[in-house]
Structures are given as structure tokens and as C-alpha cells.
Design a binder for this molecule. Structure first.
Ligand SMILES: Nc1ncnc2c1ncn2[C@@H]1O[C@H](COP(=O)(O)OP(=O)(O)O)[C@@H](O)[C@H]1O
Ligand SMILES: [Mg+2]
Length: 240
């Protein structure tokens, strides 16, 4: 079952200067789909265009059977789409509990949901009274993911959640994104951390120069030396 389908998407920041051209992508229900590619390839632009934050000038974005192309970003949540930006994805001056309550403010069962989120992320329960800015990098990403998950989205978009983290913590954060699929959530992940991303992903798209280059099962992409050489900086990407 397809949860999210991007068809022939054209999008960019300036009129008549598209960054993305004819991008096609399918994210299957409760699977983890990763987008990798060089710096400046348009990965963040793609995620933002899906989330309604970059103007779309062609093609469409289908969330299940619903056309959400160019919908206002603040309305995406009510359609079941959550977006975790690469930076500034939490309120640093608020406590963990306040961050979570803020995203749950319209929820009718916010107290119960808060407990469910603490059950999923026990480290957040332990630190619930601490200011979010005082958390470690990995815990901060955990909070950002918990906030995205709070209102039970069907699809979560994550832009480089492992950026700036040590390899060990990056691996843990990516395991956590993998865990979301076990909750029935469809995950679309952008990553620079290619090896770790291919380890947790089901399917992989490679984007370069604003266009689709290649896609396939993550294990197949990881084992393909030609793909590694052309798109991923010359190293063979074998998941260990
Ligand atoms: N706010 C912006 N305004 C104009 N151009 C931008 C903006 N953000 C990114 N770009 C341009 O869009 C292209 C793709 O960037 P981006 O989507 O951030 O790539 P990636 O996430 O793959 O590194 C780059 O050429 C970048 O300079
Ligand atoms: Mg980016």
C-alpha cells in the first residue's frame, strides 16, 4: 500500500528557477524510505515541498488518496503528515513536557498521549522537567521525533536527524526512526549518513541535481559498487 506518492514534482524558491525537476517517489505504508544524495542535491527542498514549505510549480503530492500539493503547512498535520526539520525542531527554552504539551494542545486525550510518548521514549520521561536546550544532541532528536509523532501522523518526514551526532548516537537515532515503522508509521528520511541510513531503510532513492537518479531496495543499493562510486563518493557502501 502506498502512503505517499510524489509525481513529476517541480519546485523551487524562485519563480521559473526550479530546484527539483520531474521528481517521482513512492513511500510504502509502514516502511522506511530514505533519500540520499550529494550536498545541494535538493533533498531538503523535496521534503519541504512535500510539507508545503516550498512552492510547487508542477506535479503533485498524494497522501494516500488525498492531493495535498501546496497545502498550507499548518494544515498538513490534520491530514496526517508530520515534518521534522533538520534544525530548530524543538523549543529550547521550554521543558520537555512543555514541548510535548504544546504539540498536544488540540488533543482531546493529551494526558494519556503524553504517557504513551513517555513509554515509547523513557529517556524523555526521566528528563521531563528539564529544559530541552539542556538535552544531549541525541535526546534532542528524540524529543523532535516524539513531538512529530504526538498527534499520530500516518507519514513522518525527517530531514537528517543524525546530523552532528557521534556515530554511535547517530545509529541510535536511526534505529529510533526505524522503530516508528513498527508503530505503523510511514517514514521518509533524508540522510547524509549513507551507510547507517541504508542499514535501517527498506527502500532508497538517490537524488542529484534536483532529479531522480536511481532507486531500489536499500540492501541492493548498499551492495552496488557502481552506485557507490558514482553517487556516494567512491566508497563501496556495504552495510556492516
Ligand atoms: N531558501 C533558499 N532559497 C534559495 N535557494 C535555496 C534555498 N535553500 C536551498 N536552496 C538551493 O537549493 C538547492 C538544493 O538545496 P537543498 O535542498 O538544501 O539540498 P540538500 O538538502 O540536498 O543538501 C541548492 O542549490 C541550494 O543552494
Ligand atoms: Mg539538506
Amino acid at each position: 500500500m502506498t502512503a505517499l506518492r510524489i509525481e513529476q514534482l517541480e519546485a523551487g524558491y524562485v519563480r521559473d528557477l526550479p530546484i527539483l525537476r520531474n521528481v517521482d517517489l513512492t513511500a510504502e505504508h509502514a516502511k522506511l524510505t530514505v533519500i540520499i544524495g550529494p550536498n545541494g542535491a535538493g533533498k531538503s527542498t523535496l521534503i519541504k515541498a512535500i510539507a508545503g514549505l516550498v512552492p510547487v510549480s508542477g506535479g503533485r503530492v498524494m497522501l494516500g488518496e488525498t492531493d495535498i500539493t501546496g497545502l498550507r503547512p499548518d494544515l498538513m498535520g490534520s491530514h496526517g503528515l508530520a515534518y521534522v526539520p533538520q534544525t530548530d525542531n524543538i523549543f529550547r527554552h521550554l521543558t520537555i513536557r512543555e514541548n510535548l504539551m504544546l504539540v498536544l494542545r488540540k488533543s482531546t486525550d493529551r494526558t494519556a498521549r503524553l504517557e504513551e510518548l513517555y513509554d515509547l521514549f523513557p529517556a524523555l520521561r526521566d528528563k521531563r522537567g528539564d529544559r530541552a536546550g539542556a538535552l544531549s544532541g541525541g535526546q534532542r532528536q528524540m524529543l523532535a521525533v516524539a513531538m512529530a509523532l504526538a498527534n499520530r501522523p500516518s507519514v513522518i518526514l525527517l530531514d537528517e536527524p543524525s546530523a552532528g551526532l557521534s556515530p554511535k548516537i547517530a545509529g541510535e537515532v536511526l534505529d529510533l526512526t526505524r522503530g516508528l515503522t513498527e508503530q505503523g508509521v510511514t517514514v521518509l528520511l533524508v540522510e547524509q549518513n549513507v551507510k547507517q541510513a541504508l542499514r535501517v531503510a527498506d527502500h532508497c532513492y538517490i537524488l542529484a541535481e534536483g532529479r531522480n537518479q536511481i532507486d531500489g531496495p536499500a540492501a541492493q543499493i548498499a551492495a552496488d559498487p557502481v552506485v557507490g562510486e558514482i553517487y556516494l563518493g567512491g566508497k563501496r557502501m556495504v552495510a556492516s
